[in-house]
Design a protein around this ligand. Structure first.
Ligand code: AHG
Ligand code: MN
Ligand code: MN
Length: 346
């Protein structure tokens, strides 16, 4: 990675957009609006320990999970920053059951925004990295009218931009419009995201795996064999791998993007579709990881090809370095072939 130029994220987005022939500059403006929300959320996250914002609002979100105040703060901040710029026809959030319409009198635009306002919220109170994830599409319904569910439920391959912010030892924004993946570190002294990681490419093979091993008992037998394979000693394939699991998807995937790695949240016998949501966690992350030269699947099919049926649907996810994701897919496929042979023989 060559030494990054002194460049703000807004300047970079403008330059990026010049590569899109049909660019109107609107994508730059809406991404600039997003960075404003990201700065305010970062400020709140970093002082969360100092004000009585920790703890629960007492409400539950659509998944029946206790919502921490910072989730709602981040949700409200993103809506406030994004709903009046005239860029979107509709929005959707992990924290809102239904799609979110653009309030009048604001102009209805041609884009669609989905987001996870705060990812890894179980880590808020213990000062472990959390994040925000966003995904942007072009509307598919006729212009001028309010957006629809069809505008929101698009396959991930149709995203025109996606990104995330990690609120960690520093606040980093990573985004892609399909032309490379770029990272920007927030300089809090003057509130600008400065280019710090240009054209990030994920290592093709890694030696780090990331999964919640507490669920081992419930996994697919092929996955169990894969994890045991990673723990064997074999210097030619750099095994045993190291295990790293933060419990914030954004942090685990950001590490995998920079160091290489495979992050997995599989289906298991208790959760047949896994835990992570397709539309505002797995699709944007898959878009970024593929743009950086990696791979993202549900164990059998590319995440970006999955046809969504509902806003909050979940999907198993295996994402990261191409060699490693292909390897786990092979273990799962081989097990199923063996199982089918056993069924045929029985
Ligand atoms: P969110 O806080 O948006 O609900 O996301 C939490 C997710 C994800 O960030 C993380 O990878 C996963 O939950 C961890 O789940 P487990 O605690 O079951 O491992
Ligand atoms: Mn999340
Ligand atoms: Mn969340």
């Amino acid at each position: 990675m060559n030494k990054p130029r002194f460049m703000t994220v807004v300047r970079h987005i403008i330059e990026e957009e010049k590569m899109h022939p049909e660019a109107t500059g609107e994508l730059s403006r809406l991404l600039a609006d997003f960075t404003l929300a990201a700065k305010v959320i970062s400020l709140e996250v970093n002082k969360a320990g100092l004000v009585d914002i920790l703890g629960f609002t007492g409400d539950n979100n659509v998944h029946g999970e206790k919502v921490k105040k910072l989730d709602m703060f981040a949700h409200d901040m993103l809506i406030k920053a994004m709903d009046h710029g005239g860029h979107f026809c509709v929005m959707a959030s992990e924290e809102e059951e239904d799609i979110i319409h653009i309030p009048s009198p604001y102009k209805v635009g041609k884009y669609v925004l989905l987001f996870d306002p705060l990812d890894g919220s179980s880590n808020i109170d213990v000062n472990i990295s959390i994040g925000t994830i966003f995904s942007i599409y072009k509307r598919v319904s006729p212009p001028g009218k309010p957006g629809t569910v069809q505008d929101v439920l698009q396959q991930g391959m149709h995203q025109i931009a996606a990104g995330y912010v990690v609120y960690g030892s520093s606040t980093i924004l990573v985004y892609s419009t399909g032309h490379g993946v770029h990272g920007f570190t927030l300089d809090p002294s003057f509130g600008e995201f400065l280019l710090s990681h240009q054209n990030i490419q994920i290592p093709k093979k890694s030696k780090i795996y990331s999964i919640n091993e507490g669920n081992y008992k419930y996994w697919h037998p092929g996955l169990k064999k894969y994890i045991k394979y990673l723990q064997e000693e074999d210097t030619t394939t750099e095994r045993p791998y190291s295990s790293r699991y933060v419990g914030s998807m954004v942090a685990d995937i950001h590490r995998s993007l920079l160091y290489g790695g495979i992050f997995m949240y599989p289906a298991d016998s208790r959760s047949p579709m896994g835990k992570l949501r397709l539309m505002y966690e797995c699709n944007p992350m898959a878009y970024i990881i593929e743009a950086a030269g990696g791979r993202a699947s549900n164990g059998k099919q590319r995440i970006l090809e999955l046809k969504p049926k509902s806003l909050h649907e979940r999907t198993p996810v295996f994402i990261g370095s191409e060699y490693d994701v292909k390897m786990v897919e092979e273990f799962i496929a081989r097990e199923e072939i063996e199982e089918n042979i056993l069924i045929k023989e029985s």
